[in-house]
Write a protein that binds this ligand. Structure first.
Ligand code: ATP
Length: 344
């Protein structure tokens, strides 16, 4: 049966990666129907999203921001899944990137992204104290604060999602391990709660190994021993930052796909932003976008087509003749996509 997919191309260089990716998907002839609401018409976008099977999103620098807020908070897509996998031909800066194959699961809805900020003076009546400065926060004014929110329920659902993913990956031959990280030594209540929940959930999955690291130590491990990782679960901010760092380890932002999953909806977008500095040049690496489409096809039940598209991308990298400038090549975005199409 055909699937209905909302397409939001995004801004700056994002449409240059999205358009040829959509052509590749059309080439697969899966009966996918593209819904293209006007991004500035929020009601039209909301209706289209509510009536669709998934959304496919280019990055936004602001114009489509209302849509992304609805896709994330409106549809409660709480798990941002960011696979980090090196394959031959990707321009990793590491001496030996072979075997890097892990998934970062970033909590997608809370933490500092509740975006509640204010002036320190506003905390005067609360009496809230800094345990390190040993004074009331308001006494540190003038200045500003931001609130970090970690709830038990949101932590539990993203941790459970991660263990289920580790279980699936284990069945497919992966190690079967979940790594949790946060700054639980400095923030025992908030980041500590995330870890506490992870430890509790881990007990329900005895066949999955569990480990935890303080986030600064974990950042070093991402660079020094990435092959040791399988599934990584992180609160929102650390997940945002460290998934870009992890993309750097395999060869850059142009390679990193992502999917955001809720209980009953999912949308897919590359992990990178709109790359405004290369807009209009037809050189953006569409790999992250194409691999996001692969995640979307898997989600929609087109496993064979997804595998075929992924294999075609990998074949282009193995060949090396049609890579974009970020991977050390001189091919345009469209000629990279033509090379992928030729291998499907
Ligand atoms: P955001 O805050 O939305 O994540 P940003 O401005 O921090 O966006 P990006 O838009 O991801 O960051 O770009 C960061 C750098 O990486 C830019 O120099 C950009 O050109 C480069 N870049 C990002 N994505 C790609 C890509 N797919 N191909 C080539 N270069 C890319």
């Amino acid at each position: 049966m055909g699937k209905r997919i909302v397409v939001i191309e995004g801004e700056d260089a994002a449409p240059e990666a999205m358009r040829p990716t959509l052509e590749l998907l059309d080439h697969l002839d899966l009966g996918l129907e593209w819904l293209r609401p006007e991004v500035t018409d929020f009601e039209a976008c909301r209706r289209a999203i509510d009536g669709s099977d998934a959304s496919f999103f280019g990055a936004t620098s602001g114009r489509s921001a209302g849509v992304i807020f609805y896709l994330r908070w409106g549809k409660q897509t709480f798990a941002n899944v960011r696979p980090i996998r090196w394959f031959p031909g990707c321009a990793s800066p590491l001496r030996d990137p072979a075997g890097i194959d892990f998934v970062i699961v970033r909590e997608n809805l809370e933490d500092l992204y509740v975006c509640a900020e204010g002036d320190l003076e506003e905390l005067r009546s609360s009496g809230l104290r800094s345990s390190t400065a040993g004074r009331e926060l308001a006494d540190l004014a003038p200045g500003a604060f931001a609130v970090k929110v970690i709830t038990e329920a949101a932590s539990e659902r993203v941790v459970r999602f991660s263990f289920e993913l580790a279980r699936q990956r284990r069945a497919a031959g992966h190690r079967g391990k979940v790594t949790c990280s946060s700054k639980y030594n400095m923030l025992p209540k908030s980041d500590g709660l995330f870890l506490k929940v992870a430890r509790r959930v881990a007990a329900d999955y005895p066949e999955i190994d569990f480990e935890s690291f303080i986030v600064d130590d974990f950042a070093r491990r991402v660079v020094a021993t990435p092959q040791d990782l399988d599934v990584v679960v992180l609160p929102n901010l650390y997940g945002d930052i460290l998934s870009d760092a992890a993309a750097g380890v395999i060869g850059g932002l142009g390679l990193a796909p992502s999917g955001c999953y809720g209980e009953d909806y999912a949308y897919f977008e590359s992990a990178h932003g709109t790359a405004p500095d290369i807009a209009g040049k037809n050189v953006i690496n569409p790999t992250a976008t194409i691999l996001s489409a692969v995640l979307m096809l898997e989600h929609l039940g087109f496993a064979d087509a997804a595998a075929g598209l992924r294999d075609a991308v990998e074949a282009v990298y193995a060949d090396g003749a049609a890579l974009t400038p970020d991977q050390g090549g001189s091919a345009s975005t469209t000629s990279f996509c033509d090379a992928v199409a030729a291998r499907i």
